[in-house]
Design a binder for this molecule. Structure first.
Ligand code: C5P
Length: 314
């Protein structure tokens, strides 16, 4: 069998249709109940075979590429090292080229998508033959959202977000994604919600966070209008406290009749559910013209998780 020279893996962004945040656990994470939904903004990762002992290298281009680290703190690099150690390779030898299509530090799991892509890419490049369960376990070690970036579709997340149950959701949804200036740090946003709860500025968490039955029913029925009205993010008040200007994008979404609009995850990206493609265009134009967003994308969901799109054999 000819050796694999290069592979290309495509991984999607996620939004949280619902995000319920419980109390802080002993390990410092928050217990979550969330509904993940993969949407069609993608990072593409090319992984090329290199000389034995060369180690991992990465170059980055695409949107906000300058904000992505290219050292060992890059999650794709960490993923390659973790997988190499797991299968007993002495050196993780791979050259990555990453093309960003997912906002950086935007609350859309862009770094997690890259980690998931790197796991799938290195598994193929090194002929590791790991099954989905093994990849999901490695993913959970890399970050709370990485398992979902592998799985894609629509799924319930519990624990710190890494325990997944796929949701039988009907329908395809049209989203408008509004990018904001700069990023928000996820730990800072979680810290902010804790502080607001302590000060009585946000509702107290229930010991075990629970999902809204009506949102799940809307997904089962493929009812976009009902889904839009039930979108909910308990991190939103914290993200808005740290980035008050996001309120303007939410206000424009309401004015232009979005079926729903929320801050995505820990923000600062905001997402809006449109009735159809032409409504999505109206929303995109209004968000751009107002200056409430630095860039606007339209995306469909759900889409699959990280997957191999090309493989080149020598
Ligand atoms: O798991 P991940 O490394 O992506 O998490 C980043 C940070 O987000 C954590 O260090 C923590 O501050 C916060 N977090 C949390 N509870 C979760 C997930 C993330 O507090 N369930």
């Amino acid at each position: 069998m000819a050796a694999t020279e290069a592979v290309i893996v495509r991984a999607p962004a996620k939004i949280n249709l619902e995000l319920r945040v419980g109390p802080v656990r002993d390990d410092g994470y928050h217990e979550l109940a969330t509904v993940f939904h993969a949407v069609g903004l993608f990072d593409d990762l090319t992984a090329r075979a290199t000389e034995p002992g060369a180690g991992v290298s990465i170059t980055v281009d695409g949107i906000q590429a300058d904000a992505v680290p290219t050292d060992d703190s890059n999650l794709a690099v960490k993923a390659a090292q973790l997988l190499a150690a797991h299968i007993g390779l002495e050196s993780a030898d791979v050259a990555f080229e990453l093309r960003k299509g997912i906002p950086v530090a935007g609350g859309m799991a862009g770094g997690s998508a890259d980690a998931a892509a790197a796991l799938v890419a290195c598994d193929a490049l090194w002929h590791a033959g790991l099954d989905r369960e093994q990849l999901l376990q490695l993913a959970a070690q890399l970050g709370s959202d990485v398992p979902f970036s592998l799985l894609g579709g629509t799924a319930i997340g519990s624990g710190r977000g890494e325990l997944l149950t796929p949701v039988l959701a009907r329908g395809e949804y049209t989203w408008v994604v509004a990018l904001a200036d700069g990023g928000l740090s996820t730990p800072a946003v979680y810290g902010q919600i804790d502080a607001m709860r302590e000060a009585g500025e946000a509702p107290q968490p229930t010991p075990v966070p629970e999902l809204d039955d009506a949102l799940m029913a809307a997904l089962r029925a493929g009812d976009a209008e009902a889904l839009g009205s039930r979108l909910h993010n308990e991190l939103q008040p914290a993200a808005l406290a740290l980035a008050p200007h996001l309120e303007r994008a939410l206000e424009i979404g309401r004015k232009v009749g979005a079926l729903g609009g929320i801050v995505s995850g820990s923000g600062p990206t905001t997402v809006f559910l449109a009735r159809d493609s032409s409504h999505a265009l109206d929303l995109a134009v209004a968000l751009t013209a107002s200056g409430a967003a630095v860039d606007v994308r339209r995306a469909h969901g759900p889409v699959p998780g990280a997957r191999l799109v090309e493989s080149v054999r020598g």
